[in-house]
Design a binder for this molecule. Structure first.
Ligand code: FPP
Length: 225
């Protein structure tokens, strides 16, 4: 969800205003996903690198996460959305952790859409964390190194149980992964758009889906007749 800061600058606003507008795009994307039968949606909201931003912006984002989570939980629960946080929650202030735990608990029975919020997320850290878990189990004698497979690694990631994404969308012109779901995106189709996240409407989402529908996914094989 890139480009909130640039959108704000273009409109003569503070960066934080861009993040506030970004929440509206989040709401639109979730609504469109539920209406169109998308079963899994993952939003990259805060990376481990984002702690390096000015304290005022980080604090404002923490407040915005809490406020959004409190405001949106009833509607998400009513819509059958299950929220799952992926990333290392332990670094968040207690208040933020509390609200993140609450939204996970209160939406735990949702069956329509699994919404993964990547918060304090880094793909490399996720893989290291998974490896440490497997190594600990091996050291305790309950797992043998031969059991390390693509499946057991996938099951040790934060995204365990969630299928690999079909489509990755990055807004605001940047064409890189920035430490996002590197294991999971091995065969994903990428869509890059210059549109900044606050301007990412349902129509823009449909354009991305339309582009995806014209892709020819071969997974390294040959084109089917
Ligand atoms: C990247 O734009 C965006 C972020 C670091 C924050 C994204 C967060 C939201 C949209 C709020 C979502 C809230 C919930 C609860 C999911 P940027 O600041 O890097 O923009 P720039 O590259 O133009 O500076």
């Amino acid at each position: 969800m890139d480009g909130n800061g640039r959108w704000a600058a273009q409109h003569g606003l503070e960066r934080f205003e861009g993040h506030i507008r970004g929440v509206e795009s989040v709401r639109r994307a979730i609504q469109a996903a539920t209406r169109h039968g998308v079963r899994y949606l993952t939003l990259y909201a805060f990376s481990t690198e984002n702690w390096g931003r000015p304290a005022a912006e980080v604090d404002a984002l923490m407040e915005l996460f809490c406020k959004s989570v409190i405001n949106e939980t009833p509607e998400l629960a009513a819509q059958g959305v299950r929220v799952r946080i992926i990333g290392d929650k332990s670094r968040f202030p207690e208040k933020v952790k509390h609200h993140l735990d609450q939204i996970e608990n209160r939406t735990a029975t949702g069956k329509r859409l699994t919404l993964q919020l990547a918060l304090n997320y880094s793909s490399r850290s996720e893989i290291v964390h998974a490896m440490q878990g497997l190594a600990r189990r091996a050291a305790a004698g309950i797992f043998s190194p031969e059991e390390i497979s693509e499946q057991t690694v996938s099951e040790a990631l934060y995204t365990a149980g969630c299928p690999d994404p079909d489509l990755l969308i990055r807004t605001s012109g940047e064409q890189r992964l920035s430490n996002f779901l590197m294991w999971q995106l091995a065969y994903t189709e990428f869509y890059f758009t210059p549109v900044p996240w606050p301007d990412f409407t349902k129509e823009e989402l449909m354009k991305a889906v339309e582009a995806y529908n014209h892709r020819d996914r071969r997974y390294g094989g040959l084109k089917e007749e």
